[in-house]
Design a protein around this ligand. Structure first.
Ligand SMILES: Nc1nc2c(ncn2[C@@H]2O[C@H](COP(=O)(O)OP(=O)(O)O)[C@@H](O)[C@H]2O)c(=O)[nH]1
Ligand SMILES: [Mg+2]
Length: 488
């Protein structure tokens, strides 16, 4: 919401570096409601900054708060009337979340009470914290690195238990540690290469071609690939995938959505054209978050509303990570067409195999042998061309488990026990690092061009350091913290 403000605030501060110490001590004292607004037993307002302690004293009439001890207090208006009563917790900087003095006011969790208390805190000199400002100050004061700050947001926003626990592992620094180990390895490698350039042919040894650098480089490349595959799982865990259910009218798309959602979300009838708008539903199946979109059946139509629905379906189709083409095994393959031909007709051109899962629905209605034969013949074509079909019945539920397994396998989702949450940003940075290392490898092994090896390694290190925020442009930081909620 207040991302503009954050961007400005971030833009005016220096770039973070390892030598920074309490850079935000000259900043305003900020305050925000930290708990969700609504009815609840307890509501927490958090303050951070040099004036936090003083504001707590004026608010309560007390003169002393002991760090890390709870004090029961009344919170007063300026005229002495009581707003609420509750606990004050004091965390003296730098031993606090933000690294600054932090005060937590734990009052009752009512909307009016919390807003009155916050207004009073503003009267006493605090200013409204913008989105992510607490976390940014923690980052700025080296209490957290960027991966950890992001993990807080990801833990709060997690859509599955696995995503939540992997975010907590990232928050505790496991992911950062992997990145830091890689960084150390890269720095070591760079030193080695720089030395080889500065002291060529020392004692008749050519460092660049003695094999040590190459071995170390290949070892680092290998490790990047390992971290990349962990991060890929973490990104799937965090973001899930966008799946669009598409097909002819009456194929059973809405029935499939309801099956997967475990509830009657979409209207199902035997009237073709029932679903006229796109409908979204998020479900977690086998630990993978699926953002499902049910669409209007694709067909030529005179109906204006249905036609708009079909346009929306086409937009959703182009944006999907994965297309599930649902077809009715008893009807949709007339005229001896195959599922792949149907897909070509429906989507204009055949989608790539990794983006398409073919769902043969209404298998409960198949009892004639000839139909089964027809299915197995088309199955062979599908397999040979790298595609995959799952036979299901949305009516009986047969094949639905297999469908979910096939989908997870198709997107390569198999999170290890101790997975770590990751974002697309991390994957991008890791991929760029891997590319620079590949460049360095080529310069080393093909051209023995020491200077260019050194330059590629420098860029690799810079890309990698973006992940934890050691080398991050201010606008990137603004974007990341600006997407946090207020009070975080
Ligand atoms: N026998 C049978 N009928 C089904 C199955 N799936 C859907 N139907 C029926 O097919 C009709 C169309 O289903 P619907 O989900 O609305 O199709 P959509 O137009 O693709 O969304 C409804 O009458 C459903 O009850 C199935 O697996 N078996
Ligand atoms: Mg429908």
């Amino acid at each position: 919401m207040n991302s503009v403000e954050v961007t400005l605030a971030l833009g005016s501060s220096e770039k973070p570096d390892s030598s920074k110490n309490h850079k935000s001590s000259g900043l305003a004292t900020i305050a925000a409601i930290a708990t969700p607004l609504g009815r609840g037993g307890v509501g927490v307002i958090r303050l951070s900054g040099a004036r936090a302690y003083d504001i707590a004293c004026q608010l309560t009439g007390k003169t002393v708060f002991v760090p890390r001890m709870a004090s029961f207090c009344r919170f007063y208006q300026e005229d002495g009337t009581t707003i609420d009563e509750g606990l004050v917790l004091y965390f003296k900087g730098p031993h606090s979340f933000t690294g600054e003095d932090v005060i937590e006011l734990q009052g009752h969790g009512g909307m009016i009470l919390q807003n009155q208390l916050l207004a009073r805190v503003f009267e006493l000199g605090a200013k409204q914290a913008s989105a992510g400002e607490f976390s940014y100050r923690a980052f700025d004061n080296d209490k957290l690195d960027l991966v950890q700050a992001e993990a807080i947001a990801d833990a709060i926003d997690a859509t599955s238990a696995a995503a939540a626990s992997s975010a907590i592992r990232s928050l505790s620094g496991e992911f950062s540690q992997k990145i830091n180990e890689l960084l150390e390895q890269l720095i070591h490698l760079r030193l080695h290469v720089e030395a080889a350039i500065d002291f060529p042919d020392e004692e008749d040894v050519d460092f660049l071609s003695d094999g040590v650098i190459q071995t170390n480089l290949e070892n680092t490349q290998h490790k990047i690939q390992q971290v990349l595959s962990t991060a890929k799982q973490g990104q799937l865990l965090r973001d899930g995938i966008h799946v669009v259910l598409a097909g002819r009218p009456n194929a059973g798309k809405s029935s499939l959505l309801n099956r997967l959602a475990g509830q009657e979300r979409a209207i199902v009838t035997d009237v073709a054209g029932t679903t006229r708008d796109t409908l979204q539903e998020t479900v977690v199946l086998n630990g993978l978050t699926l953002h499902l979109t049910d669409t209007a059946g694709l067909r030529e139509t005179e109906d204006t509303v249905e036609r708009i629905g079909i346009e929306r379906a086409r937009t959703a189709i182009t944006q999907a990570d994965m297309l599930m083409m649902v077809y009715d095994v008893t009807r949709d393959l007339e005229e001896e067409s195959t599922p792949l031909q149907l897909a070509e007709q429906l989507f204009g051109k055949l989608p790539e195999a990794k983006r398409l899962l073919i769902i043969a629905n209404k298998s409960d209605l198949l009892n004639g042998l000839s139909d089964e034969d027809a299915m197995s013949a088309s199955q062979i074509e599908i397999k040979n061309r790298g595609y995959e079909q799952v036979n299901v019945s949305c009516e009986t539920g047969a094949g639905i488990d297999t469908l979910v397994e096939a989908l997870c396998a198709k997107v390569g989702f198999h999170p290890p026990e101790n997975s770590l949450i990751a974002r697309t940003r991390h994957l991008d940075a890791l991929r760029r690092t891997a590319d620079y290392l590949a460049e360095a490898h080529e310069q080393l092994t093909v051209f023995q061009a020491g200077e260019l090896v050194a330059e590629s390694l420098r860029q690799a290190q810079q890309s990698l350091a973006e992940i934890t925020g050691e080398f991050s442009a201010d606008d990137l930081l603004g974007k990341i913290f600006g997407s946090f909620c207020i009070g975080k």
